[in-house]
Design a protein around this ligand. Structure first.
Ligand SMILES: [Cu+2]
Length: 217
């Protein structure tokens, strides 16, 4: 009797296990079927739009304006503001910098790091050069992304420039956001590698996303 009871219990346990396994199998098969039918169908417009929106979320919003406030390095007086604005032709660069030599030309570059911690500005590193090419004039085909040329100053030692650049970008791999802006003591000769022999650093600033509600005349 004991043996028969134990056999009965044993077989009941086996049956329960079998039912559980069958349930698990059917759920798995249903899941695979559903997944397969989802990936087979053509992408609807709604799917495409959802993907585009997802990409926008992953890449972040498109940046249309950036700015850098330039502060003098140790022992210097150069200071100013640079704005970078996206246009159809490229990025418009507007800069006003004072405290420079009079009637001079000062090297003006975007450097690799948005780091002005060193008193002499050297923490900004070398020129921003994501394509790994030679230094050149801003109008040259081959140049660093950061090669913005020189700032020409007036009799008061102030420079005002406004030009559109086709190498600088505010989005993508060549984005200058978070990089540094340096104004040099000397003139960029557009030839000496890799810096244009522009000398020491008079001012340093970090390029950040501009607040669209702020208008500075
Ligand atoms: Cu430089």
């Amino acid at each position: 009797m004991k043996t028969r009871l134990s056999l009965f219990i044993h077989s009941e346990i086996e049956t329960k296990t079998q039912i559980k396994m069958m349930k698990y199998l059917s759920v798995s098969i249903l899941t695979i079927f559903l997944l397969a039918s989802c990936s087979q169908g053509d992408m609807s417009d709604a799917d495409t739009q959802a993907n585009t929106e997802q990409e926008a979320v992953e890449m972040g919003p498109e940046i249309t304006q950036a700015t850098a406030v330039l502060s003098p390095t140790d022992g210097n007086q150069a200071a100013g503001v640079v704005t970078f604005t996206q246009t159809d032709e490229g990025v418009r660069v507007e800069a006003t910098v004072s405290g420079l030599d009079t009637e001079a030309r000062h090297g003006f570059h975007i450097h690799q790091y948005g780091d002005c911690r060193a008193p002499d500005g050297t923490s900004a590193g070398g020129h921003f050069n994501p394509e790994g090419v030679e230094h050149g004039a801003p109008t040259a085909d081959i140049r660093h992304v950061g090669d913005l040329g020189n700032l020409p100053t007036n009799a008061q030692g102030t420079a005002e420039v406004d030009f559109v650049d086709t190498h600088v970008q505010l989005n993508g791999p060549n984005s200058v956001l978070g990089r540094g802006v340096i104004v040099h003591a000397g003139t960029d000769d557009f030839e000496s590698q890799p810096t244009g022999a522009a000398g020491s650093r008079l001012a340093c600033g970090v390029i950040g996303v501009a607040n669209p509600d702020i208008v500075v005349e």
